[in-house]
Design a protein. Structure first.
Length: 233
């Protein structure tokens, strides 16, 4: 097996060039990250996640090749242990990239309409949130993390970077699990929107002035970085 080359960038010593390229990608888009902030004792063994994105409250794992079922199991257990969503991406940042996500999820009870029905402009969001919490009091002891597909995009209404889930995206709402209590990833956070709430995802070319244009430029910056032996980013 070829050993990964440790790489220093912006004060971090990454275990591989792959991780350093993802750090460049995040930095280019203004996404704050913490590198290997803490480890966990999981059922399958000890685990040290690659990145934590504090503004999104998610874990982000990068794999050099197609991730395995065992790695998915660890991501599932990490979601269960920490309560936060876990995203897995394979390889360098690339055009049209999608990945796998594990997150607590419940069927949408119909309390949150999609963007076409004015959820962002309505005045009843607090009431909807309160009603959803009542439902969570019933469901919180049985809900388990689910597996979704995800991609990066731009929040249509606010222009901020987000990750959105594709798999059954109109049927499920995603949640954080804090010591047995479920809290929705709110619509106004730059987190998990449906495909109706995002412009599109990386790899679709809208030009240099759109967010997806910036995603593409971030991809180019990450993939174009050159780290020689002994060179610090």
């Amino acid at each position: 097996m070829i050993k990964a080359i440790e790489t220093e960038y912006k004060g971090y010593r990454f275990r591989s060039r792959l991780e350093a390229r993802w750090a460049i990608f995040f930095e280019y888009l203004g996404i704050k990250f913490e590198y290997e902030p803490e480890g966990f004792e999981l059922t399958s063994g000890r685990y040290l996640p690659d990145f934590f994105i504090p503004d999104w409250e998610i874990w982000f794992e990068v794999k050099p090749n197609k991730h395995t079922e065992q790695e998915e199991l660890k991501a599932y257990e990490l979601c269960e242990k920490s309560g936060y969503a876990v995203l897995i991406s394979d390889g360098d940042p690339k055009f049209g990239m999608q990945g796998t996500a594990f997150c607590y999820a419940l069927k949408d009870p119909g309390l949150f309409p999609d963007d076409s029905q004015g959820v962002f402009d309505g005045e009843d969001e607090a009431d909807l949130y309160s009603k959803s919490m009542d439902i969570l009091d019933i469901c919180k002891y049985t809900v388990k993390p689910r597996k979704f597909r995800f991609a990066f995009s731009q929040a249509r209404k606010y222009g901020r970077p987000i990750w959105l889930h594709f798999e059954q995206s109109q049927e499920f709402l995603l949640y954080k699990n804090m010591e047995g209590n479920l809290f929705p990833y709110k619509y106004r956070e730059p987190l998990c929107y449906s495909t109706f709430d995002a412009e599109w995802y990386a790899g679709n070319f809208y030009g240099e002035d759109t967010f997806d244009g910036r995603i593409n430029r971030a991809i180019k910056a990450a993939r174009g970085a050159r780290f020689e032996f002994g060179e610090h980013g």
